[in-house]
Ligand binder design. Structure first.
Ligand code: PXG
Length: 464
């Protein structure tokens, strides 16, 4: 077969893609008929596709390309590491320099007392690790019946059977089932579910579901609670200010373990190194992936606090992956963190990009389709609605309007995703004010076109 290059005609690439490539979270037959959009290059916040469109990437790939595309340093480090030691494992009493250096660097930037890292290849794998870590912890402590993990509806923790079970997405559970011993409480999604309550009261109420669940299960059966500081794949649901302090109070009171899934919120996304710092959360374990390497290499892991690591380390932990701490991935992640530190990218998010985007993002609520606009650091969402005053849903099936809006964004060379009828962004952290202007201009244009289309098709109707 010929080498598949960037220069092959798009239709040929699409035909090969349709014939052989099974895409994640996709109805592949339908995509095969339509043809996938084929990306060929990336630089900074910009992508180029096989048709030569210059697209602004409002999603940093899949929430991961924090330092932006096309940084040559990472490739250089990868090559050097491949030449020197392409692979070795970290089982059987061996280690290597990249894994050692990366673990030490992560411990340096992680919150106090979180000094240990168990590496995985992805966020899903890391959350599978976490299920085993927390259960093993209680086994060693002589409380093996503490096995249940409490998670949240509409949370996302990956799509392995473990990660998918921790996640609270029924569509994922429906495809292949869900592990026993994982239960879900409600999400702090005030816009959709808060009714007449204030956001603060609603946040408290949702957090208190954790206490009710612990009491109904019996604290002697509960191992841990897991949550994303901000739900990402669930639609960038930024919780009311009351939510995390109340969760923390309950976790402390009952002495269960707290896992903060920082796969999206880690490494600068919320304007601090970790979302837990932004929201004042004190986790025992943090799940990491994505921004750890800015997506340049697949790598994830669990940052584990001293107490849990001490207990786990007191005996054998029968767990690990061939690629735990892969030297090339670790070396690239380390270089990514060096760039983030030296170029003060977290400070850029906090002091420059966030304040600049926030004003423009919140001003989108002036648009007739936009009910609320929320932003923390550089992750944001807007709720599309036919009636802002009542926070109404559209009469059309949920997601219809969001999908139409996303299609307009696509047509306008902006990647802005939809989750149901929310539009979400999480651009590379290096985005400049001038690039934010482009993003907002394209978002407004897309919203205008979406609105006109809905009007023309009689879809600006609230659900009865
Ligand atoms: N936890 C969180 C909070 C995530 O966002 C994972 C775990 C799993 O990571 P891996 O590396 O196994 O994919 C994620 C991943 C979306 C989307 O549609 C989000 C993710 C993955 C795929 C799609 O927003 N997040």
């Amino acid at each position: 077969m010929n080498k598949i290059t960037n220069h092959m005609p798009t239709a040929e690439l699409q035909a090969l893609d349709a014939a052989h490539h099974m895409h994640p979270f996709t109805a592949n037959t339908a995509l095969g008929k339509k043809g996938a959009r084929i990306m060929t290059q990336g630089k900074g916040v910009w992508l180029t596709d096989s048709e030569g469109h210059k697209i602004i990437d409002g999603m940093a790939g899949l929430w991961c390309v924090n330092i932006g595309y096309g940084r040559p340093e990472l490739g250089e480090v990868a090559k050097r590491q491949m030449d020197e030691l392409a692979y070795y494992n970290t089982f059987f009493q061996t280690s290597h320099v990249p894994a050692i250096a990366l673990a030490a660097k992560i411990a340096e930037i992680a919150p106090e007392g979180m000094n240990h890292v168990f590496f995985a290849g992805s966020g899903s794998e890391a959350n599978d690790t976490n299920i085993r870590l927390v259960r093993r912890y209680w086994d060693i402590k002589g409380q093996p019946e503490k096995r249940i993990i409490i998670a949240r509806t509409n949370g996302y923790h990956g799509s392995t059977i473990g990660g998918g079970s921790l996640g609270g997405m029924s569509g994922i559970h429906a495809h292949g089932g869900k592990l026993a011993g994982i239960v879900h409480i409600g999400e702090p999604n005030w816009w959709e579910q808060g009714g007449e309550m204030t956001p603060e009261d609603f946040g408290l109420m949702r957090a208190q579901e954790l206490e009710k669940m612990i009491l109904s299960l019996g604290v002697e059966n509960v191992a841990a609670f897991i949550g994303e500081p901000v739900q990402g794949a669930g639609g960038v649901i930024i919780p009311p200010s009351t939510y995390w302090p109340e969760i923390q109070r309950i976790v402390d009171k009952y002495g269960i373990l707290l896992i903060a899934d920082e796969v999206i919120t880690g490494f600068g996304r919320t304007g601090n190194w970790f979302g837990s710092q932004t929201f004042g959360i004190r986790p025992h374990i943090m799940t990491i992936a994505k921004g750890l390497s800015s997506g340049y290499q697949p790598i994830g892991g669990s940052i584990v606090c001293d107490e849990v690591a001490g207990v786990i380390g007191s005996d054998e932990f029968n767990h690990g992956y061939t690629y735990s701490g892969h030297p090339v991935a670790a070396a690239v992640a380390l270089e990514n963190l060096r760039i983030m530190q030296e170029e003060k990218i977290v400070e850029h998010v906090r002091d420059v990009a966030h304040p600049y985007l926030k004003a423009k993002w919140e001003a989108l609520t002036e648009h007739p389709l936009v009910g609320e606009a929320k932003l923390v650091g550089l992750m944001g969402s807007i709720a599309l609605t036919p009636n802002k005053a009542t926070r109404a849903k559209f009469a059309a099936e949920t997601g219809t309007v969001g999908y139409r809006c996303r299609e307009r964004c696509f047509a306008n060379d902006l990647i802005m995703r939809h989750v149901g009828d929310r539009m979400i962004i999480a651009p590379p952290l290096v985005i400049t004010p001038a690039e934010i202007d482009v993003l907002i201009e394209r978002a407004r244009k897309s919203l205008d076109e979406c609105y006109a289309g809905l009007k023309a098709d009689g879809l600006l109707v609230a659900r009865g």
